[in-house]
Design a protein around this ligand. Structure first.
Ligand SMILES: Nc1ncnc2c1ncn2[C@@H]1O[C@H](COP(=O)(O)OP(=O)(O)O)[C@@H](O)[C@H]1O
Ligand SMILES: N[C@@H](CC(=O)OP(=O)(O)O)C(=O)O
Length: 456
């Protein structure tokens, strides 16, 4: 059995969905369980609708709802001929659109943010896409069944932190999925969606469908977890900057995790952990070119070692905070308190460096609430530098080549690119540094040309 997860880019229109159905049909012998995201762009649209409802912007809500309905209905009309399956899916979609209106009315009525309402609204896209796809598979004559992932994907929610409850997920997956699998059915289910232990709607976070795939893969002990996207695998750099970026045939779990964490959007960073725990290989494939081999992510293998740097990733919208105070010299508790403040305000920390009296941390700039800065000022002189980027270069071979760090620093210095902060563990597979946002293209191009495409 395998998991096949298709992201929004793979099912964004009728043609794409037909292609995906063909891919699944060809691999039926491997007993795939299919995990789908919402159609490309739909989750963003649902977030816009939710925000419009909070701000009572009725006209915008009406326009967005009709665009969403038209898009799904047009696909239904194209994909499924008139008949019982069409009627069933049509009824389901209408029911979900009505539910969406009710939820948005509730958001408008209470006028304050409710995480339950928010999660219900933004999770609706996966309900629509999966029902459409399952109906289409049946219309093609395949034995498919639509299953609701929400009672299976049980999580604990603590503020913004989501922890999947693995034992419960495994138990629920066995109870709800096993007999369909034994009957040879193609299960179609939703990525991204989850439910808290108390039954409240939740999600696994943006781009979380990859994580769903690996959690289900681990729960059902599958042979392989496949992440199907719109690129030929994990590439040597972001293809939007480097057109000639090349797919990497193999990666270790550790390399993939680092790259995903530092911005290689093609894979959600949490995907690796459940797969790693159970030693299940993850393969990243292109739904536009399904016969390409893609990238296979495995615990370890020899060939990786020869190329020092394999890929480069970056994460924008980073703020560099530096606190300068003699308290940092004398009180270890001050550091604990600083991290406590960042955690309480939901700030994800990417890199940290400390000297005798200075502490620098880089955080993702999420949201406009800057009250945490006032809290941090209590500790000493605070410098806030926004619009930074964390860049990470990754490759198993870096362990054996400490001079690479020096080469990168020298190269960027000669190009006039200022590095703000460097973070690297000794004998590790990655190195990370902070630059100005405006220097991203030049930095990525330089490192890719000289140290990745050039072979290092
Ligand atoms: N190193 C990388 N390798 C592959 N893709 C990358 C990388 N860095 C960024 N990307 C981007 O990630 C995109 C795929 O992620 P995403 O749009 O979330 O796909 P999906 O809808 O399939 O989940 C690619 O189209 C590509 O532009
Ligand atoms: N639809 C959700 C979950 C997801 O994973 O989407 P995608 O696979 O298209 O990145 C989101 O946009 O966040």
């Amino acid at each position: 059995m395998i998991i096949m997860k298709f992201g929004g880019s793979s099912i964004k229109n009728t043609e794409a969905m037909r292609r995906v159905a063909g891919i699944v049909q060809k691999r039926q012998q491997q007993q795939p369980l299919i995990v789908l995201s919402a159609l490309g762009g739909v989750t963003d649209q649902l977030i816009r609708m939710h925000n419009a409802a909070l701000e009572q912007r009725d006209e915008q809500i009406a326009t967005e709802i009709s665009a969403l309905q038209n898009r799904h209905r047009a696909m239904l009309n194209d994909l499924i001929p008139a008949g019982a399956i069409y009627d069933e899916v049509h009824y389901f979609l209408n029911h979900e659109f009505k539910r969406l209106k009710t939820l948005l009315d509730a958001v408008k009525a209470i006028k304050v943010f409710s995480s339950e309402l928010y999660n219900s609204v933004i999770g609706l896209g996966e309900m629509l896409s999966t029902r459409l796809f399952e109906g289409y598979l049946r219309a093609r004559g395949l034995s498919a069944v639509w299953l609701d992932v929400r009672p299976v994907m049980v999580v604990e929610q603590n503020g913004e932190e989501i922890t999947p409850l693995l034992e419960e997920i495994e138990k629920q997956a066995r109870v709800r999925f096993d007999h369909h699998l034994q009957n040879g059915m193609l299960i179609v289910t939703q990525g991204f969606l989850a439910t808290t232990r108390n039954g409240a709607p939740a999600t696994l976070g943006r781009d979380g469908s990859d994580y769903t795939a690996s959690l289900l893969g681990a729960a059902l002990k599958v042979k392989e977890i496949q992440i199907w996207s719109d690129v030929d695998g994990i590439l040597s750099a972001d293809p939007t900057i480097i057109k000639e970026a090349q797919p990497l045939p193999f990666m270790t779990f550790e390399e993939a995790c680092e790259l995903a964490y530092f911005g290689a959007r093609v894979l959600h960073p949490a995907t690796i952990q459940p797969a790693l725990t159970h030693g299940i290989p993850v393969r990243v494939l292109n739904s536009h070119f399904p016969d390409e081999p893609g990238t296979l992510i495995v615990p370890d293998y020899e060939e990786t070692k020869h190329q020092a740097i394999k890929s480069i990733a970056y994460k924008e919208n980073i703020t560099l905070l530096t606190i300068e105070s003699s308290r940092l010299l004398l009180s270890p508790k001050a550091i604990e308190d600083i991290f406590d403040i960042l955690t309480r305000h939901g700030k994800k920390v990417y890199a940290v460096t400390k000297s005798a009296t200075k502490l620098s941390v880089t955080i993702q700039n999420n949201g406009n609430d800057n009250r945490f800065l006032d809290d941090l000022k209590r500790f000493g002189r605070l410098t806030v530098e926004p619009r930074k980027t964390v860049v990470s270069v990754v490759g198993e071979g870096m362990k054996a080549n400490p001079l690479l760090t020096w080469q990168i620093i020298k190269m960027l210095h000669e190009a006039g690119i200022k590095i703000e902060l460097i973070s690297q563990f000794a004998r590790q597979i990655s190195m990370m540094f902070i630059i100005d946002e405006q220097d991203i293209p030049r930095t990525v191009e330089l490192i890719h040309a000289r140290l990745i495409a050039g072979g290092g």
